[in-house]
Design a binder for this molecule. Sequence first.
Ligand code: S3P
Length: 163
Amino acid sequence: MDKNIVIIGMPGSGKTSLGKKLSEKLNYHFIDMDHYIEESRNRTIASMFEEGEVVFREEEIKASQELADTAQTVISTGGGIITQEASMKALKRNGLILFLDRPVKNIEKDIERDSRPLLKDGKSRLQELYEERIELYRLYADLIVENVLDEDTVVEAMAAAIN
Ligand code: S3P
């Protein structure tokens, strides 16, 4: 199977670290979309947010369209990708969407050391975002894997869900 595996989920849910491990296990390429956007636009996500969230979302849609024709790639997305139908449509074209669901209380434990724009308002904002987004994560997901155990076990569960 050469479809991409597109990982969606809240900021701090483990999309990048577990996605990278999954790509190694499957012998797939790996792309972190936030990193891809920053590298290809030669600017930081924080600077886009300073101009307005919409500036970032437009770049995110374009990046999703640019990546739509890749194959055999694990793509970890930014937590808000599900807010843009155009992004999800593009990524779904050759992608299986995997929602990595990690409880907010577990994510909160890591937040203090984080500098991502939408996390800077702190814990209550994260819970609010989760409540705003959960229906969309579930709507777009082809597969849902809970991230509540150690990394290797969760990567195993992700690989098993795909096959
Ligand atoms: C965002 C999450 C970030 C990044 C941007 C917006 C969000 O990615 O795309 O700051 O809206 O939740 P991570 O989920 O990797 O933190």
